[in-house]
Ligand binder design. Sequence first.
Ligand code: 5GP
Ligand code: ZN
Length: 138
Amino acid sequence: MTDDNCIFCKIAGGEIPSTTLYEDNEFRVILDLGPASRGHALILPKKHFADVCQLDGATAAKVLPLGAKIGAAMKETLGCAGFNLVQNNGKAAGQTVFHFHMHVIPRYEDGPSIVSWIPGETTSEELAEVAETIKKGL
Ligand code: 5GP
Ligand code: ZN
């Protein structure tokens, strides 16, 4: 369940050193080497899954509570006002390491915008058409 060519498998397994915040049998939580803000962390499962579509149910069920636990600890200790849980899937979505991971990004009052988009415009007809399209894949 690990991939010999995957850097996050090696980091999660302790083969490559990292600044670790938390570890249990299934996860390692590390600090990101290119932090978006002070404390930016990555939740890494020890098993290799390329992205959220590959994640097994047992691992998936634990990721969100772990993200909440890490984020709450950041609010308590770093004094951030909030945090983002961010998870990229696919190159087009900004994924650069193809081992599932969830970012936990502390957000500070008056800090820069980190995760944002410009709201677009749509119509009720377009919303209905898009919904019908997506439903075909469910
Ligand atoms: P993605 O863009 O795939 O969602 O996020 C990958 C993240 O991993 C980036 O924020 C990047 O800074 C971080 N990263 C890449 N390689 C390493 C590494 O070797 N160690 C650590 N701690 N972070 C890494
Ligand atoms: Zn991996």
